[in-house]
Design a binder for this molecule. Structure first.
Ligand code: NAG
Ligand code: NAG
Ligand code: NAG
Ligand code: NAG
Ligand code: NAG
Ligand code: NAG
Ligand code: NAG
Ligand code: NAG
Ligand code: NAG
Length: 486
């Protein structure tokens, strides 16, 4: 008779807000199989010689697949926000520079038992044994579709890599019904101030009949859009140019990319990007440069990826010299090396895990007036890389290599309403770095333009209200163009 009562009590506890949803989260209870399940095709032991906290951790070894890791079937609710975290420690390495961890959920769908979806919910990249205990954390929202089983687990390191796991946690993220009022209050406090006018008129005028007109000439807060540089320079697009000048005070020129070079490897040609930058400056706009480097295999020229380490280093230094020469004193911001959480070809070729810090240092030395940014996706509109970005930002900050701030792309998935609660949760984490934040590539879309407008109003209110956010750049403002097509 005791068992059902006990199960019921556990169920109640699990559904209380903020309650821990994992069983045996700290590996302190001896029953690993009953809590973290059978290790299929690998081995897991509870050990007491090393732990993140408490007396025990789980040791995973003899792994024969990269997806092998501890996990549990968890009672999650549809369309609900959760925060997950855990600590891992690599015990060995292989010839690769680093390993990666991912939190995953496998959903076995109710209406299709034979079919499952595997969803990645959180990442930690570039992990190394010398890092010791590593925190992996993320937040996510469960789907609307009904499932029969949801299994949450960790995966990632290569076959043959052993690691420890400890202090896992999975909790519901509490609702916040006051965020809008809190944001409006913050806007009153930090984005507005009173103007005191002292008007002296001759005694012959009755002050009651004096009208004073005050016009806003420019915003301190940055508000901009990426431009199509060809259209911006084309006399056939005067309306596009005028709207840009009327709505915005900032613009991003996105054609400084290595892959967008219109010249040859030895004689680069960025005339159009520079001409557009000059024209923007002439019209009183402030310009972001996007981007000098982009270390994914698809966005670094093929010929550069075939260079030796020394050749690549010399080529990168020459590109820094060339790009800072043609833009010297013109740009306010540089996205120096774009999306580094998603590609590090320079680090791999040079075998130097900190190579990009050299790039930032060299750009800063060549043009100290331009503010340098890391620029990343899935850190604000989606939470799978927020913690990873915070960690990278702190290491760049500690390296003192000329980094100014964090570029948060903010590309929301089409037709999915932005979630103010998770956006605010992620902004809080990103702001904890102490670095200024810029929303650099805001995009969202719904088939109904009124819904799109409401969504823009919501996220712009949140961004404008946040004290660490210095500006918002839209990823285009016209459905016919905005982002360069080439
Ligand atoms: C760890 O072990 C010590 C000694 O056996 C014990 O006193 C302590 O309660 C244990 N800690 C935890 C968190 O179980
Ligand atoms: C792997 O670890 C060994 C021992 O710490 C170290 O000498 C070696 O450089 C590491 N390999 C890589 C690719 O980091
Ligand atoms: C599983 O579901 C997906 C999406 O619902 C579908 O595209 C796929 O064909 C299904 N696979 C099987 C084997 O039923
Ligand atoms: C709700 O969000 C606002 C804005 O971030 C914050 O100031 C407030 O403390 C939050 N309230 C709760 C209960 O978390
Ligand atoms: C502006 O003036 C109003 C009315 O006097 C006052 O309540 C408010 O606190 C002032 N705001 C600031 C930011 O000084
Ligand atoms: C850039 O501007 C220069 C000077 O006005 C002009 O000669 C050149 O054709 C322009 N190039 C491009 C690609 O716009
Ligand atoms: C750019 O390079 C040219 C040609 O080498 C040189 O004359 C010029 O001074 C450089 N400008 C800057 C700002 O470095
Ligand atoms: C990389 O930089 C970090 C932080 O500045 C430093 O702790 C680490 O030793 C560096 N690694 C290498 C291989 O230089
Ligand atoms: C959007 O709202 C306007 C004004 O209320 C209305 O005229 C228009 O039909 C709406 N558009 C859609 C797609 O619902």
């Amino acid at each position: 008779m005791l068992e059902p009562v006990l199960a019921f009590a556990v169920l109640l506890v699990n559904h209380a807000l903020g309650a821990e949803l994992f069983l045996n989260p700290g590996m302190e209870q001896p029953d690993m199989v009953g809590t973290w399940g059978n290790a299929w095709g690998y081995k897991v032991d509870r050990i007491n010689t090393d732990s993140h906290s408490g007396n025990y951790s789980a040791k995973l070894y003899q792994r024969t697949q990269s997806y092998q890791g501890i996990g549990q079937d968890v009672a999650l609710t549809t369309n609900t926000r959760y925060a997950i975290e855990g600590y891992v420690k690599l015990l060995n390495n292989n010839s690769k520079m680093s390993q990666e961890f991912e939190f995953m959920i496998r959903y076995q769908w109710s209406n299709d038992f034979s079919n499952s979806s595997w969803i990645q919910i959180g990442f930690h990249r570039f992990a190394h044994p010398k890092d010791g205990w590593i925190r992996v954390a993320a937040d996510f929202t469960t789907p609307l579709r009904q499932w029969h089983l949801a299994n949450v687990y960790i995966q990632g390191p290569d076959v043959g890599i052993d690691y420890l796991a400890d202090d896992f946690s999975l909790k519901e993220v509490p609702e916040n019904t006051t965020w809008r009022q809190a944001s409006l209050d913050s806007i009153e406090r930090i984005r507005k101030s009173n103007i005191t006018l002292s008007v002296n008129v001759g005694a012959q005028y009755d002050p009651h009949f004096i009208e004073v007109e005050v016009a806003l000439r420019s915003h301190e807060f940055g508000f901009g859009s990426v431009i199509d540089d060809a259209a911006y320079l084309d006399l056939g697009y005067v309306t596009y140019q005028n709207l840009l000048h009327e709505f915005f005070n900032w613009a991003t020129v996105g054609t400084y990319k290595w892959g967008y070079n219109q010249g040859t490897p030895t004689h680069p040609n960025y005339d159009r990007a520079v001409n557009a930058t000059n024209a923007l400056l002439k019209n009183g706009m402030i310009v972001r440069g996007h981007n000098m480097f982009w270390g994914t295999t698809g966005d670094t020229p093929d010929w550069a990826q075939k260079l030796s380490s020394d050749q690549l280093k010399a080529t990168i230094d020459e590109r820094i010299r060339f790009m800072t020469n043609i833009t010297y004193g013109k740009l306010a911001h540089w996205d120096v090396n774009n999306e580094m959480l998603h590609g590090q070809v320079y680090e791999e070729i040079t075998r130097d895990p900190n190579y990009s810090q050299h790039i930032y240092r060299a750009v800063h030395a060549a043009d100290p007036s331009v503010k340098l940014f890391l620029n990343e996706y899935n850190v604000l509109a989606n939470g799978d890389s927020t913690e990873d970005f915070v960690r990278q930002a702190l290491s760049f900050k500690a390296a003192n290599c000329g980094l100014y701030g964090l570029g948060l792309q903010s590309h929301f998935a089409d037709y999915v309403a932005p979630d103010p609660i998770l956006i605010l949760r992620r902004l809080k984490r990103l702001a904890s770095t102490g670095l200024p934040l810029w929303i650099t590539e805001l995009s969202l879309a719904n088939k109904n333009e009124n819904v799109t407008a409401d969504w823009f109003e919501q996220v712009l209110t949140i961004y404008f209200a946040h004290p660490a956010v210095e500006g918002v750049i839209l990823w285009g403002f016209w459905d016919r163009m905005g982002v360069n097509s080439d």
